[in-house]
Write a protein that binds this ligand. Structure first.
Ligand code: FE2
Ligand code: FE2
Length: 182
């Protein structure tokens, strides 16, 4: 029996772990909004702006949903939001300044990381949180769409794709680990 299934409903450790999930997911969606805003600013209506605008609208919906969960469940948001505000925008703007394909490579790296993160949460969430589970599952599907959009629009042809992807994924994983705790 895993630790998750051994937990009883209402167990304080369960609500603490759910609070940690909501905190990190809120931080991630906040960062995603900032990345796509940074990309749009750098693209200035050129290139793949329409695609980026569509992904931004979905991230804004994800963020609003987690804003609601933060409020409803009195979860403390991460203290690092001001950092993600700047770092997310900078990541989006810098990659888009390198070119459309680098912007798409950034999208692939970020969305792949979020997909894995949501997948892990879905495995951890038990039957006591059906609504949260459904929300995360739906958002995960949209993050996978974003990754596929990046792949369909030249991400892999970006100069230095492998390195760029690896560096961004490492950064995102570090941001996730920090946002769960801080
Ligand atoms: Fe998202
Ligand atoms: Fe996304």
């Amino acid at each position: 029996m895993t630790e998750t299934t051994a937990r009883l409903p209402g167990d304080p450790s369960a609500s603490a772990s759910v609070a940690r999930m909501i905190r990190v997911d809120h931080a991630g969606e906040y960062g995603a909004v900032r990345i796509y805003q940074g990309q749009l600013a750098a693209l200035r209506g050129r290139g793949k702006s329409d695609l980026v605008r569509h992904m931004l609208a979905q991230e804004q919906h994800h963020l609003r949903t987690f804003d609601g969960l933060i409020a409803d469940r009195a979860v403390r948001p991460t203290a690092l939001l001001p950092v993600w505000h700047l770092a997310g925008f900078a990541l989006g703007a810098l990659t888009a300044a390198l070119g459309e394909r680098a912007a798409m490579a950034c999208t692939v790296a970020v969305e792949e990381t979020i997909d894995a993160h949501y997948q892990k949460q879905l495995a951890e969430l038990d039957q006591t949180e059906p609504d949260l589970r459904a929300t995360i599952s739906q958002f995960r599907d949209e993050e996978i769409e974003h990754r596929d959009t990046g792949l369909a629009h030249g991400a892999e042809q970006a100069p230095g794709y492998r390195l760029l992807r690896a560096v961004i994924k490492t950064g995102c994983r570090a941001a996730i680990a920090l946002s769960e705790r801080v």
